[in-house]
Design a protein around this ligand. Structure first.
Ligand SMILES: CC(C)(COP(=O)(O)OP(=O)(O)OC[C@H]1O[C@@H](n2cnc3c(N)ncnc32)[C@H](O)[C@@H]1OP(=O)(O)O)[C@@H](O)C(=O)NCCC(=O)NCCS
Length: 209
């Protein structure tokens, strides 16, 4: 008997589909219509924000989110730079080059970009957006970093935030970031490890180590 080949598709949820609620959710949390996220999407979608899902045999097993720097939820600036907010493939779907497939979808879609930037973490307690993964699996390089601690949790632990860069051309100008702004954290995604909780009164949720 011949085995059925897995059916893999990539779907852009910013274009409207039955999966649209994924604009507000991910594997880390259940569906919440988060106000800051809603405001962010209203601003970012017309400026080229994309969230794409990786669907394996009708099950969502991965996602990638990217946006031109001027509409990014990270304080990164750069001429014609695309910022990848997140890439994620569930463990059960790993080992089939699906992460690479999602990543290449972004590279193909933004072929005219000067390059791609993201933030990665080192020595952070969460398993997310690890620097080594971004370097080894996708070819990003760290071009700057800062060591910080969270002011509200795990306060004794210092970790590094890295600005990662993957130029698309040899003469591309690297992006810049606003480190002071980043000490406030980010509010466009509830699940991001640098998330700024809505309830806190502190402006800066991180401080330099
Ligand atoms: C990074 C990630 C997307 C990679 O996806 P994946 O589907 O597992 O990776 P792929 O199968 O496409 O593998 C790509 C390459 O990396 C290698 N690789 C994958 N996982 C690896 C690991 N843990 N160690 C070493 N190499 C690894 C593969 O062998 C492959 O190499 P090749 O091109 O030489 O064959 C996935 O591991 C992930 O989701 N990690 C968590 C990311 C995250 O934190 N997301 C949340 C953001 S808030």
């Amino acid at each position: 008997m011949t085995e059925k080949r897995p059916e893999v598709k990539i779907l852009d949820v910013t274009e409207g589909s039955e999966y649209q609620r994924w604009l507000y959710t991910c594997f880390a949390m259940s569906f919440v219509k988060h106000e800051k996220r809603r405001e962010y999407l209203v601003r970012a979608i017309p400026k080229g924000f994309h969230k794409k899902l990786l669907i394996l045999n009708d099950e969502v097993v991965g996602q990638i989110e990217y946006v031109p720097a001027e509409a990014s939820g990270f304080p990164i600036v750069g001429d014609n730079v695309i910022v990848m907010h997140c890439i994620w493939v569930l463990r059960k779907a790993k080992g089939h080059n699906l992460g690479k497939k999602l990543f290449h979808e972004m590279l193909e879609n933004k072929r005219s970009a000067s390059g791609f930037a993201t933030l990665a973490l080192e020595n952070h307690w969460s398993p997310w957006m690890k620097r080594w993964q971004m370097e080894k699996l996708f070819g990003f390089k760290s071009i700057d970093s800062m060591e910080v601690r969270h002011r509200l949790k795990q306060m004794r632990e210092c970790f590094e935030i890295h600005l990662m860069w993957l130029p698309n051309r040899s003469d591309s100008k690297p992006p810049r970031w606003d480190k002071t702004k980043l000490l406030e954290g980010v509010d466009f995604c509830l699940a991001h490890p640098l998330y700024h909780p809505a309830k806190t009164r502190q402006k800066e949720i991180f401080e330099r180590c």
